[in-house]
Design a protein around this ligand. Structure first.
Ligand SMILES: Cc1ncc(COP(=O)(O)O)c(C=O)c1O
Length: 425
């Protein structure tokens, strides 16, 4: 293990993060389980990339079958990409009927922002102050974690709005958030840069997945449309049935975005990502930018992505997400009744978690406690993580075939860890 860590440092450079104080060396995965090099089994409660389960046989078979026949790029004619896009866009509302396939969510977001520039002739982008949308030169500016001196000066085109926080900031109908968006739009317009797009994860999953009533995003969407900009929903984490009640997070929020980007779960680990938009926006983008992606939309990626959609449907995994999410919320609320440190419980289908606070009145975040809980869970064989605005929210986001027996093991273990972990170290 220490040898691997030293080799990583030597070969990958410093500041390359790993999960957990004691990183896990995984060698095999199956369904919701992972095994380490010593043969120990872990319950994977965090990995949203193997959406339909690690090593899913349908996806593996589809990849192998297509790889054995043909893999090339989109300058040749091939049915695979067309069949897939037809099936994918059937899950969206009108007019979202065209798509570009990429290899990463970052690329998809980069294209979405360039679509906004092509449509509006402007460059100003609004995002939340606790987000992450990827790693291209343009997109990396959306998160605040970079050193401001670098980044080709693209930071000038960005304005941050306060991320929603249902536990601390009262905003039941989304009007406060919309007012923040409006202020950012006004600032961009006054600066001469102009407003091109609002980009958000519709469920604010990196921000700590605040509780929101259905339709919460409508006022912000109206502000965007009034200003002539594009609403870009980044569904890299939220999409493909994870929220249980809807196939896409934006559908839960009651809005039809101009562009929806997606990635992570799309190919169950095979690197396929993309975006869906209207024919009008697609045409304007294609006229403005000559776009080609060597690997994006190749036949093997499309076969993998198609198998994911088939698997979701065949096993009714969206309904499973709704069912498990509901049960998880009940179990977490029962824990909150016994452990003062749980200030709030949140759930959006197969994404659920608890916010830890040092004091329920002041709501002071217990970020360091959350770290200790995450590491104690790992020591007991349960993999999960934490994030949110204050880095104090447990984020539990397992593969979609997660069942009640897995939930019981997770919650019983969490109960034991909360009982043995002192709130102040
Ligand atoms: C919401 C969101 N958008 C975009 C990305 C970037 O995706 P990728 O790593 O595939 O470029 C991520 C990755 O963590 C993400 O969480």
């Amino acid at each position: 293990m220490s040898d691997l860590i030293a080799r990583r440092r030597a070969l990958l450079g410093p500041n390359v993060s790993t999960f957990y104080d004691d990183p896990v060396h995984v060698v095999r995965g199956e369904g919701v389980w992972l095994w380490d090099a010593g043969g120990r089994r872990y319950l994977d409660c965090y990995n949203n990339v193997p959406h339909v389960g690690h090593g899913n046989p349908r996806v593996v078979e589809a990849i192998c079958r297509q790889a054995a026949v043909l893999n090339t790029h989109t300058r040749y004619l091939h049915e695979g990409i067309l069949d897939y896009i037809e099936r994918l866009t059937a899950t969206f509302d009108d007019p979202l009927r065209t798509a570009i396939l990429t290899c990463t969510g970052s690329e998809a977001n980069d294209i979405a922002l360039r679509m906004a520039e092509a449509m509006t002739g402007k460059r100003g982008i609004v995002a939340t102050d606790a987000t992450y949308h990827g790693n291209t030169a343009l997109v990396s500016h959306l998160s605040k974690s970079n050193v401001p001196e670098v980044g080709f000066g693209l930071g000038q085109y960005l304005r941050h709005v306060e991320a929603p926080d249902s536990y601390r900031i009262a905003d039941p109908d989304g009007r406060r958030f919309a007012a923040g968006v409006q202020a950012a739009i006004d600032d961009l317009e006054a600066s001469g840069i102009g407003f091109a797009a609002l980009i958000i994860c519709p469920l604010f999953l990196n921000e700590g997945f605040p509780a929101q009533a259905e339709g919460w995003l409508r006022p912000a969407a109206e502000a965007v449309r009034r200003a002539g900009g594009l609403l870009i929903c980044d569904e890299v984490q939220a999409g493909f049935g994870r929220c249980g009640s809807h196939f896409w997070g934006h559908q839960k929020q009651g809005v039809v975005p101009d562009v929806v980007t997606m990635g992570k779960p799309m190919g169950n680990g095979h690197p396929v990502a993309g975006l869906v938009t209207s024919a009008e926006i697609m045409a304007r983008f294609r006229q403005s930018f000559r776009y080609f992606n060597t690997f994006g939309g190749n036949p093997v990626s499309c076969a993998a992505a198609m198998a994911v959609l088939e698997e979701l449907q065949a096993n009714d995994l969206q309904a499973n997400a709704a069912r498990i999410g509901h049960l998880a919320q009940e179990r977490l609320q029962a824990l909150a009744a016994r452990y003062e440190v749980i200030g709030d419980v949140r759930q959006s289908g197969m994404v659920f978690g608890a916010e830890f606070v040092l004091d329920r009145v002041s709501k002071e975040p217990a970020s360091e406690y959350a770290d200790r809980v995450v590491n104690a869970m790992r020591a007991r064989g349960i993999l999960l993580s934490k994030l949110g605005r204050h880095k104090n929210t447990l984020k539990i986001r397992p593969p979609m075939p997660f069942g009640t027996e897995h939930l019981d093991l997770l919650m019983d273990t969490l109960d034991a860890v909360l009982a043995e972990t002192p709130v102040r170290a």
